[in-house]
Write a protein that binds this ligand. Structure first.
Ligand SMILES: [Zn+2]
Ligand SMILES: [Zn+2]
Length: 102
C-alpha cells in the first residue's frame, strides 16, 4: 500500500467518523443538552435551545490543533498531519526543526 493511498483511506475514515473538516462543519452542538444537530438548524430539536453559530469544527478548532493545509483537526502530539502529511508547528508555536530538512 502506498503512502498516498493510506492518506486517502485515513481522510475517508476521518470524514466518516465525523472528524473531517467537511463533516464537522455540518454539525452543531447544543450548549444546553449537548446533543448534536445539523448546522442548518437554528434551534435544538431536543430542548429547543438556540444553537450557536459555531459548528463542531469551530469547537474542535478551539480545543485542538488544526492542519494549516487541509484544516483537519489533529492531536497535540502529532508532528505531521495524518491527512495530508503537512508538517505541523509545535503546540507551543515553536516548530520542531529536528527532521525539517530530512
Ligand atoms: Zn438541546
Ligand atoms: Zn493536513
Amino acid at each position: 500500500m502506498t503512502a498516498k493511498r493510506l492518506e486517502r483511506l485515513r481522510l475517508q475514515t476521518m470524514e466518516e467518523l465525523g472528524f473531517g473538516p467537511t463533516a464537522m462543519r455540518k454539525i452543531k452542538k447544543c450548549p444546553k443538552c449537548g446533543r448534536m444537530a445539523s448546522s442548518e438548524n437554528d434551534f435544538c430539536r431536543e430542548c429547543g435551545s438556540r444553537l450557536p453559530e459555531t459548528t463542531l469544527y469551530d469547537y474542535y478548532k478551539s480545543l485542538h490543533r488544526v492542519c494549516p493545509d487541509c484544516e483537519t483537526v489533529v492531536s497535540r502530539q502529532t508532528d505531521y498531519c495524518p491527512c495530508c502529511g503537512a508538517k505541523l508547528k509545535d503546540a507551543a508555536g515553536i516548530p520542531k526543526e529536528a527532521a525539517a530538512n530530512a
